[in-house]
Design a protein. Structure first.
Length: 155
């Protein structure tokens, strides 16, 4: 039995201790926004936030989690109003096929929470998610637009 905090709710899940967090999120909690891509933490489609840090959930066993750690999935990002990253993605039509974009959005939101004014190099270094459609220039533009909007909101 694993005790987790997902999207602000404490949950108990009856799974093997080495079950990847991704499968708990998708199969046991029914939160299917987080995607399976590669299973080896390379592509980033499975990215969630753990205590605010972008984490690839496909390679994170539930026994590595503690009940006090806060797991946030795409379903909880921008619940009251769209997160600035989500707004920028929609405005700039960042996504093409969209499969990788949940992970991209989660990674970008985490980056901006830690570094509100990232350089192009900072963005490229942090967002290592794989996009088969090659939307990287739009991802870069989306992160920059979200950063600008967040700066305006703060200032």
């Amino acid at each position: 039995m694993a005790k987790l905090n997902v999207n602000g709710a404490d949950v108990d899940v009856d799974v093997e201790e080495d079950t990847p967090l991704l499968w708990v999120i998708r199969e046991h909690l029914g939160l299917t926004g987080t995607k399976y891509g590669c299973g080896v933490a390379q592509c980033g489609a499975c990215t969630v936030h753990i205590d605010g840090v972008a984490t690839r959930s496909c390679a994170m066993p539930v026994n590595a989690m503690t009940p006090d750690q806060k797991i946030v999935t795409i379903e909880a990002l921008g619940t009251e109003k769209p997160h600035p990253v989500q707004q920028a993605w929609a405005e700039l039509d960042v996504a093409q096929c969209g499969y990788c974009q949940v992970g991209m959005i989660m990674t970008a939101a985490s980056l901006l929470a830690q570094n509100p004014d990232p350089s192009d190099d900072d963005i490229r270094a942090e967002i290592t998610n794989i996009c088969r459609c090659g939307t990287y220039p739009r991802v870069l533009a989306g992160v920059k637009l979200a950063a600008e909007r967040m700066s305006t909101d703060r200032g």
